[in-house]
Design a protein around this ligand. Structure first.
Ligand code: FES
Ligand SMILES: [Fe+2]
Length: 382
């Protein structure tokens, strides 16, 4: 790495048109200073996906999550409003909740200060008199949370436009999937020993499919020569569309177990899969009968928590055969994700070099190129 790893001069070749361009240099995937700058310049300045409202059906339901290194509590209030609070006690900073669950009060495990679901301080046992004068100022600190078509997003930057504005036409594009009516039926986590950007790129790289998924994804017939056509976007996402037969939520051998299709799809969405990949780190797959989301949580330059969520419509979930059919969809996820994880982990190992060797993009990696250039737009100045 050179003295200043963020100097624009290092990246001139990434800026070239896709077929002439090089990928990001290796230190963008390995260096601690690059990783920390991503937190400040990317995650702290973006709308970060948090999940779907169906994950919090009742007042008092909560989960905890860490975004950009900031621990958060996401909780549904008595008024049915969903809020995101810093997961830190206003007394002396203890982490309040872990995991997920259901509660009436958020009680600190250290000195038992208790907050209601709107974040207001309700009790400070043995020291009520000391805090009485300032009680209203000592509520939990909330950060921005907005909901777009059933999906929750959090932001730490007061100046960001609303999530709806930030995502441009996305709402219109995915309208046929009726996302507010979806139910999250399963979440599964993987610890991936690779940089989060490698997973994002891999998801947008159709070139690897026959080589990394020969016995699974590649068995499904993709219609037409182009495996993935880039979709123009006007919001904080890149997108592609793949034409194929059947459901992309099932591997070929399991197509006979398909659930009924979403009834409101029209146009190209009737036969194929739409892949909006939100910036910075949320990858959607929307096919004819289900939706999945891969959430990428960077932990370290070479470590990412991957969460895969499966979604079906309320009508599908209410069917008597849902419990029998859903596992075939989960099997697809559980087959393909380890194949992709192995590919990016091996890539990470190969990127740990003391010197930079320049790479090469091809015409099948235009979306990876678009992503790498977006990353540079955030990270590099001058
Ligand atoms: S740190 Fe939470 S009650 Fe003391
Ligand atoms: Fe893959």
């Amino acid at each position: 790495m050179q003295n200043d790893p963020f100097a624009a001069s290092h990246f001139a070749k990434v800026r070239l048109p896709p077929q002439d361009a090089e990928p990001l240099p290796h230190w963008a995937y390995t260096s601690q200073s690059w990783f920390e700058r991503e937190r400040e310049r990317i995650f702290a300045r973006s709308w970060n996906y948090l999940g779907h409202v169906s994950q919090l059906p009742k007042a008092g339901d909560y989960f905890t999550v860490e975004v950009a290194g900031i621990p958060l509590i996401v909780v549904k209030g008595q008024d049915d409003g969903i809020r995101a609070f810093f997961n830190s006690c206003r007394h002396r900073g203890t982490k309040l909740l872990s995991g997920e669950g259901q509660t009436r009060l958020i009680r600190c495990p250290y000195h038992a200060w208790a907050y209601d679901l709107s974040g207001a301080l309700q009790a400070a046992p043995l020291v009520e008199e000391d805090v009485a004068a300032r009680k209203s100022e000592l509520g939990l600190h909330a950060t921005r949370l907005e909901i777009l078509d059933g999906f929750m997003f959090v932001a730490f930057d007061a100046a960001l436009p609303s999530v709806a504005e930030t995502m441009g036409s996305l709402s219109e594009e995915w309208r046929g999937y009726d996302t507010a009516n979806l139910v999250c039926t399963r979440r599964r986590k993987w610890d991936v020993k690779a940089n989060w950007k490698l997973w994002y790129e891999n998801y947008n790289d159709s070139l690897h499919v026959p080589f990394v998924h020969p016995g699974s994804l590649a068995k499904q017939k993709v219609t037409g020569r182009q495996r993935a056509s880039q979709v123009e976007t006007d919001g904080a996402y890149i997108a592609h569309f793949t034409m194929h037969n059947g459901s992309r939520g099932l591997i070929e051998d399991d197509q006979k177990h398909a659930l009924p299709r979403f009834p409101d799809l029209s146009g190209r969405y009737v036969e194929g899969t739409y892949y909006p990949c939100l910036l910075p780190a949320t990858l959607f797959g929307m096919t004819i009968d289900c939706v999945w989301v891969f959430e990428l949580y960077p932990v370290a330059p070479d470590r990412t928590t991957l969460v895969a969520s499966s979604f079906f419509s309320r009508e599908q979930v209410a069917r008597s055969d849902f419990a029998q059919k859903a596992p075939y969809y989960y099997r697809r996820t559980d087959t393909i994700v380890p194949e992709d994880n192995a590919a990016v982990e091996r890539q990470q190992e190969g990127l740990c070099l003391p010197v930079g060797l320049s790479g090469k993009f091809t015409h099948m990696e235009t979306l990876c190129h678009a992503f790498d250039n977006w990353v540079l737009d955030q990270m590099v100045t001058g």
